[in-house]
Design a protein around this ligand. Structure first.
Ligand code: DQA
Length: 143
C-alpha cells in the first residue's frame, strides 16, 4: 500500500467550527473521508494535524521514508514558515499545497506562500474538495 500524507497545520483542528463562512461546515474527519474516497486502489491516506510547527516538520521528515506524496494545508504557516519550506525541500515526491479559501481574494499577507516555492501544484478556493483533488492528482502522478 502506498501512503499519501495529508497534513493540516494550525487551527485546522477547528474546521467546521472556525469561521464557517470562510472555511465551511465540514470537519477534519469529513476531509479525511473525502480524501480516502479520492484515493486510487493501492493507495492509502494518512491524515495528521498539528498546531505546532516542529511537529509538522517531524512528520514531513518521517514522510521521506513512509509516504509517496504529501498534500499539505499549512494554515497560517504558509505565509511565515521557511522551516516548513525547508522540510518539504527534503522530500523527493510530489507535494500539493491546499487552501480551503481563495487566499488571493483575502488579506495581502495571505497572498505570500513560502510553501509554494516547493509545491508542485497549489489549490485554493475549492473548499474541502481541494483535498480530494490533490490526493487524486498525487495518485495519478505516482501511479
Ligand atoms: C488556509 C488559509 C490561511 O491563510 C489560513 O491562515 C488558514 C487556512 C485555508 O485553508 O484557506 O489557516 O490555509
Amino acid at each position: 500500500m502506498k501512503s499519501v500524507l495529508l497534513l493540516n497545520g494550525p487551527n485546522l483542528n477547528l474546521l467546521g467550527q472556525r469561521e464557517p463562512e470562510i472555511y465551511g461546515h465540514e470537519t477534519l474527519a469529513d476531509v479525511e473521508a473525502l480524501a480516502r474516497a479520492a484515493c486510487a486502489d493501492g493507495f492509502d491516506v494518512v491524515q495528521k494535524q498539528s498546531n505546532w510547527e516542529g511537529q509538522l516538520i517531524d512528520w514531513i521528515h518521517e514522510a521521506r521514508e513512509n509516504a509517496v506524496g504529501i498534500v499539505i494545508n499549512p494554515g497560517a504557516l504558509t505565509h511565515t514558515s521557511v522551516a516548513v519550506l525547508d522540510a518539504l525541500n527534503t522530500f523527493a515526491g510530489p507535494v500539493i499545497e491546499v487552501h480551503i479559501s481563495q487566499v488571493h481574494k483575502r488579506e495581502a499577507f495571505r497572498h505570500v506562500s513560502y510553501v509554494s516555492k516547493r509545491a508542485d501544484a497549489v489549490i485554493a478556493g475549492l473548499g474541502v474538495d481541494g483535498y480530494a483533488a490533490a490526493v487524486a492528482r498525487i495518485c495519478k502522478l505516482v501511479g
